[in-house]
Write a protein that binds this ligand. Sequence first.
Ligand code: SAM
Length: 247
Amino acid sequence: APGLYLVATPIGNLEDITLRALRVLREADRIACEDTRQTQKLLNHFGIKTPTVSYHMHNEGSRSEELTAALKAGARIAVVSDAGTPGIADPGSQIAAAAIAAGVPVFPIPGANAALAGLIASGLGTERFTFRGFLPSKAGARKTVLEDLPRDGSTQLFYETPHRILEALADVEAVFGGSEPVALARELTKLHEEFLRGRVAQVRAELAARASVRGEMVLMLAPEAASDAVKGSIAEEVAALIKSDGL
Ligand code: SAM
């Protein structure tokens, strides 16, 4: 059917492309790509010959108009990002909104997403969570974001880069204390997929001890009203009081 197809692609492991995604990409009139060269590798791998057009941060506005005109004329256009689900920390939402405003059908073609993949294997709560995209790169803004997080036990998900992760963990430690539980998912679905789970101080020490920190990563934490550190110290105080009273 004519319309806009938002197609999820793998975040590492090519087996994570869905059968439906392959069919949609094959049958589309055009594929709008964040980076045409990147997507061409995927298309070549699966023998898909659909023409591509660039659609990224810098031309999202003008391209949206152009693609919407084609959609109104009955085209089937697929949108993909470099990896994972378009529109999630990636281009895609602007064209979706433009298509909806123009009365064009919009179809999600679900698949890989780093945040959800990290979350479900994090060991943290999955009942309530908030995706917060990338943490700010500037220290001040990053601390403010962390300080403003709800302390209601809901899981908070961040995308982070390898060159900033140690600073980010140091800030988590400064705001929530070293015993705050965190999970770090690295290189999801890839050969060197790894989860670091534990207290933020331990996770930071483990990463800091490495010769280099690499790979794509998702950082997760679930701040509580009274952090474990506080609960722990209260328990210790109570124990000390009981002891001193000779109870
Ligand atoms: N649209 C993508 C999605 O659905 O997950 C996210 C794109 S965003 C520009 C890229 C960031 O996603 C990376 O910096 C990293 O934080 C996260 N990411 C992407 N692939 C990942 C992977 N295989 N393992 C861990 N994190 C990943």
